[in-house]
Ligand binder design. Structure first.
Ligand code: PHE
Length: 408
């Protein structure tokens, strides 16, 4: 094994000073929970695919969407960001937010990363489902690996205006138009409105298929670099508004660069875990990674539409332990890097990390952080010794890798 190379999913990549992928993350590559038979995330995937197949078919009843659910999560930085017009200095590109294999290669942070490549291949209607990777906080609903489904639909003028009388007067594009809240400069308002209508109808229908026809919902304006206008869909569930997806009219520049400039498109992206946690009452995102049959067997049904409510197996005790340290003075520090380090050492034995206190010394201006680390295994009781051992390793590694100074 060479130290300046890393092998992931049977491919070898050179390492450089951008490499920040951890062992814990590497161990998740190839698990493919979204296509594991009977897995709750696989049921959700199947329900979304079935719905889209049913909504969009050709004259003889065949689905027009192609589904890609097994594309490697290793992509180029160009695919994940540049092809989607994400600006060079956008915060989502930061080393503290994603997993770089090296300067040019990354674990995709969203399944949208494959959009322009599939359009270039000539596809007009497709779904992408897969695992995505982001450095993030640690709690019941966040995990550095999760799963998304993305959809793209591209239409010609003929398709957009097929139900409109005298449609020969209508066009997709407008020469030298202005960008407004409602549309991009190059688009004609009538074509955008028809696409927006189809997009929103499709997604409300999806929400009703998943949550039931009585579900309350609302649209919220949003910003994405790759769509305009853009929205999020929220549904009212268990007395809360929860955001379930992002969507919008695709930036025309993306279509032009991929050889589909004569069409107009919509796109959406959603996370599978959040949907599954709501629909099955799953209280903790780590459960999706469990190999415990007490969890998995509860989802062993042939029909993905079966209503299932998860019943907790048993609850093992929590163990809380604080850690506080001075941040490095002449190096950058990000809490996300600490969370990643905790995850790497603690693996799934850490349930939550809370930033409990932040303090600036009045004279030296040094900053100190205090975190509470909540330890709990889902399948067994952790011994005090095991917890102390992990906690000490975290402290040691934080000092070495993040250059923090531990406080007594
Ligand atoms: N990629 C976006 C996300 O991860 C979701 C999205 C996809 C939004 C496609 C608009 C269009 O949040």
């Amino acid at each position: 094994v060479k130290n300046n190379e890393i092998t992931l999913l049977d491919h070898t990549f050179p390492k450089d000073n951008w490499t920040n992928i951890s062992e814990n993350i590497i161990s998740k590559l190839g698990r493919n929970l979204h296509i594991s038979p009977y897995h709750p995330l696989s049921h959700i995937r199947q329900r979304i695919v079935n719905y889209i197949y049913m909504q969009f078919h050709n004259r003889i009843g065949n689905p027009i969407f192609s589904v890609f659910d097994n594309i490697s999560p290793i992509v180029t930085v160009a695919q994940n960001f540049d092809s989607l017009l994400v600006p060079e200095n956008h915060p989502s590109r930061k080393k503290s937010d994603c997993y770089y294999i090296n300067q040019n290669t990354i674990l995709r942070a969203h399944t949208t990363a494959h959009q322009s490549e599939l359009i270039s291949m000539g596809l007009n209607n497709f779904l992408i489902v897969g695992d995505v990777y982001r450095k993030d906080e640690i709690d019941f609903t966040h995990y550095p690996v999760f799963h998304q489904a993305d959809a793209v639909r591209l239409c010609t003028a003929e398709e957009v205006f097929q139900n409109v009388d005298n449609s020969n007067e209508l066009k997709l594009f407008e020469h030298r138009g202005m960008e407004t809240d409602e549309k991009q400069g190059c688009h004609a308002l009538e074509s955008v409105k028809i696409m927006e209508h189809e997009l929103k109808n499709t997604l409300v229908g999806l929400a009703q298929t998943l949550f039931g026809s009585e579900i309350q919902y609302r649209w919220v304006q949003q910003y994405f670099p790759f769509t305009h206008p853009s929205w999020e869909l929220e549904v009212h569930y268990n007395d809360q508004w929860i955001e379930i997806l992002g969507c919008g009219i695709m930036r025309q520049e993306i279509l032009q660069k991929s050889g589909a400039g004569e069409r107009i498109g919509w796109a959406f992206g959603l996370g599978l875990e959040r949907l599954a946690m709501c629909l099955y009452d799953i209280p903790n995102i780590r459960l999706f990674w469990s190999n415990d049959t007490g969890f998995l067997n509860q989802f062993k049904v042939e029909d993905p539409n079966t209503a299932i409510k998860y019943k907790p197996i048993s609850v093992y005790p929590q163990c809380k332990n604080d850690i506080s340290f001075w941040l490095p003075e002449n190096k950058s520090y990000s809490s996300n890097d600490f969370y990643d380090l905790v995850r790497d050492i603690g693996e799934d034995r850490v349930e939550q990390v809370l930033l409990k206190d932040e303090y600036t010394h009045p004279e030296t201006k040094k900053i100190s952080h205090c975190y509470t680390i909540v330890y709990r295994h889902m399948e067994r009781t952790l011994s005090k010794r095991e917890v102390n051992n992990i906690h000490n390793q975290i402290a040691k590694r934080a000092n070495e890798k993040l250059h923090v100074t531990l406080r007594g």
